[in-house]
Design a protein around this ligand. Structure first.
Ligand code: ATP
Ligand code: MG
Length: 340
């Protein structure tokens, strides 16, 4: 039987640039259960929110409360160094500290600051500063309200990713402990997000604008194909596997190199190595990507399944959910805010 209480359900909504992913979690006595899942592709240039009415109607969603995220160039993340202070003081002082690092009026931004690392009794401490324009969040919330949803959380992609991983960690391949440094790398359509975490804290995040679209364009250009054919060939190269692999090798090497630069930066700043890499996002399915990254990083690289840690209601299409699992990581991380 499906649980009824609407407040015990939350939809994690990941409005990706090429695919919208939505997962509904419902809290029951036996723990959180997936009670709906759907994804819809978005045409180039189309607003991802346009697919929502149909997705909600046909996807079996019963909740109206959603947790969603912003990402991309509109989100500013900085690592700042401030005088040592407690969390209360940090809250009060954050706007004036942020003002030194952000090229916009801080009064127009929503700010968040989290101390990172343990630097003992040094006079300075490192803080992860996140700033998003208030108008962007307001607009986002208004558009979701227009389709009958009630946004209760607006998060940032990479933090939702980390949240999903925390849920999955106990069963993760390689059983990484809290003391290990892990890089969560989400390869989407327009961007690749990198989040370096230790325990439940983010130490570094960055977005690189090379991802699935770049791979498709490369296949189209080098093999002389139209965009839809290139996309299909990339996803399922069949006998042309070696040719597609050869075509994408330089761009995968470049992307691997970019990600590696972030690892180097982290390793220099915090004097610790990244132990393993966990891949998610639709493009983590690209044939040869995992192998190519493993060679570039010389570290274990694993694609993970954020859904494996969750119970799934009988009404949900299990096959579709499992097939899309790595792509649903951010949506899962958002829906996990249920308890919060
Ligand atoms: N089997 C596959 N092999 C390779 N690539 C795939 C496969 N399936 C999907 N993709 C790619 O995954 C991408 C979509 O993934 P995802 O849903 O994570 O992106 P998004 O969230 O819409 O994008 P972004 O986060 O960049 O805004 C597309 O570029 C698509 O080509
Ligand atoms: Mg995405």
């Amino acid at each position: 039987m499906r649980p009824m209480a609407p407040n015990r359900s939350l939809i994690g909504l990941d409005l990706g640039s090429r695919e919208v992913k939505a997962i509904e979690l419902t809290s029951t006595r036996e723990g959180d259960v997936v009670t709906a899942f759907a994804r819809r592709s978005v045409q180039e240039g189309q607003d991802p929110r346009g697919v929502l009415p149909d997705l909600l109607r046909t996807g079996g969603f019963r909740a109206r409360r959603v947790a969603t995220a912003v990402s991309g160039r509109s989100v500013i993340v900085r690592y700042i160094s401030v005088a040592r202070m407690d969390d209360e003081d940090l809250k009060v002082r954050l706007p004036s500290e942020a003002d030194k690092y952000i090229p916009y009026d801080v009064a127009e931004m929503v700010l968040d600051g989290t101390r990172i690392g343990d630097e003992g009794d040094k006079p300075q401490m490192k803080v992860l500063l996140v700033a998003v324009k208030r108008s962007l969040i307001d607009e986002h919330v208004a558009l979701l309200a227009d389709v009958g949803l009630t946004p209760v959380v607006v998060d940032v992609d990479v933090f939702a990713l980390e949240n999903a991983f925390e849920r999955y960690r106990a069963t993760a391949e390689g059983a990484p402990g809290d003391d290990q440094v892990l890089a969560l790398v989400d390869v989407g359509a327009k961007k690749t997000s990198i989040n370096i975490v230790k325990g439940d804290a983010t130490y570094f995040t960055r977005e690189v604008y090379t991802a699935g679209e770049t791979f498709s364009e490369e296949v189209a250009k080098k093999l002389g194909l139209e965009a839809p054919e290139a996309e299909a060939l990339k996803r399922d190269p069949g006998v042309r596997g070696p040719e597609v692999g050869e075509t994408l090798r330089p761009i995968l090497d470049d992307l691997g190199g970019e990600i590696h630069l972030s690892f180097d930066y982290y390793e220099n700043q915090f004097d610790q190595e990244v132990d393993a890499v966990y891949l998610s996002g639709g493009s983590s399915r690209l044939v040869g990507l995992e192998r190519s990254f493993a060679a570039a990083f010389k570290k274990p690289v694993r694609t993970w399944d954020p859904v494996s840690a969750l119970a799934v209601d009988r009404g949900v299409d299990q096959v579709a959910l499992r097939a899309a699992a790595p792509q649903a990581a951010i949506a899962v991380g958002l829906a996990c805010r249920l308890a919060g």
